[in-house]
Design a protein around this ligand. Structure first.
Ligand code: ZN
Length: 381
């Protein structure tokens, strides 16, 4: 049993003082007294200190995906004082996002703001010292290098994505360029988190060698997701980032953390066995150094225009169980199905027809990025 309950008392009056606004400190930058006051509850933690806080202020993190996980990560990294954030997302804010995507409000959903733009504005309001860049883009093997590496290699990448292909792409890029990657995933009431340190432990493909096949994957749109579960995973990811940069001497073992709030079960799977390079020799990514998703070898072919306002998502190489897909989607969107296809109507005027070879035709969307996003949402990437 614990010795005592955890409380957050106000025992230390030093940290209760506000900055002296008459001395012009309110708007001071990272070098001013305000810096020490602002981050005092974090820098007082053993292992961080002022030097750790300065390291955080000098660090550059890329957050891929500004959805549920991304919102939690971005908010916490901005508040923790990360000096530079690069945000990448392809979607716009919808009303169904507001239940869990904590950076957005009703005005964002009403006006259909791009998530990257709304997140950028929110970061500026939360912490004006953060240098933040936002990209409205569908990350793929062709633009990943430019978007993530830009003019300088970032210190770490955080995964806030909603599809497996992008996750494996990030894993490839992180391993190839030696950048730590903080993975997180959440669905329904379950979540998991794992930190990938290239050369020092397992990568995503050491633990999950292959993505699941299309149609078998649950998505938040078909299985639902509890906002509180999102909060746990994004907090684990943000904590991993803050500790990695601010407390680099802290001993950490490679592990996979997973939980299910339905049973209040939390589990930490020790992955120390992967610390030995020999144990990773068979991994196609970090052992054999084949970057299938980054090279385009395993990337889905491009979406093509097939008539006015219609886009075709090509066959993916694996077949779909149509009756299973139909029953999965029927709980969240109107569906018609027969032995040849499943037709989904995500909203009035938009229709997606999915065939057994995983090909789909999407009608009524504004662009190919939206067509791809709908496919990922209902069929799974
Ligand atoms: Zn590996």
């Amino acid at each position: 049993m614990p010795d005592a309950p955890l409380i957050c008392s106000r025992a230390n009056p030093v940290f209760r003082q506000r900055p002296d606004s008459s001395a012009g400190l309110i708007n001071s930058t990272v070098s001013g007294t305000n810096f020490n006051d602002r981050y005092s509850r974090q820098s007082i933690l053993p292992g961080i200190g002022e030097s750790g806080q300065r390291a955080i202020a000098a660090a550059h993190a890329v957050v891929v995906g500004c959805g549920a996980l991304g919102c939690g990560i971005i908010d916490q990294l901005a508040r923790a004082g990360f000096g530079r954030l690069t945000l990448i997302d392809r979607d716009i804010v919808e009303w169904s996002n507001l239940q869990r995507q904590t950076l957005f409000d009703e005005a964002d959903a009403d006006s259909g703001q791009p998530k990257a733009v709304a997140a950028h504005r929110r970061v500026r309001a939360v912490n004006s010292d953060v240098e933040v860049a936002a990209h409205i883009a569908d990350l793929n093997s062709e633009n990943a290098g430019e978007l993530l590496l830009g003019s300088a290699k970032p210190d770490l990448i955080l995964d806030g994505t909603d599809n497996l292909e992008t996750r494996y792409l990030l894993n490839d890029l992180a391993l190839k360029h030696g950048i730590p990657l903080i993975y997180g995933g959440v669905i329904a009431r379950r979540g998991m988190q794992m930190t990938i340190r290239p050369g020092r432990g397992p990568c995503l493909r050491c633990v999950f060698p292959e993505p699941s096949s299309n149609g078998e994957i649950e998505t938040c749109d078909t299985a639902g997701v509890l906002g509180a579960a999102v909060g746990i995973v994004s907090s684990l990811q943000a904590a991993a980032a803050i500790e990695m940069v601010g407390s680099p001497d802290r001993e950490t073992k490679p592990c996979l953390i997973e939980f299910d709030l339905a049973s209040t079960r939390f589990r930490t799977i020790d992955l120390s066995a992967f610390s030995d390079p020999a144990s990773r020799a068979e991994c196609i990514c970090c052992g054999k150094r084949r970057y299938e998703f980054l090279s385009g070898e395993r990337t889905r072919p491009a979406v093509t225009l097939c008539g006015r306002g219609s886009f075709q998502i090509p066959a993916a190489g694996s077949r779909i169980d149509l009756s299973r897909l139909a029953s999965k989607v029927a709980t969240v969107a109107p569906v018609t199905a027969n032995e040849f296809f499943v037709r989904i109507a995500p909203r009035p005027g938009v229709e997606m027809t999915v065939f057994a070879d995983a090909r789909a035709v999407v009608r009524g969307t504004a662009n190919e990025g939206e067509a791809r996003a709908l496919y990922d949402r209902y069929v799974g990437a």
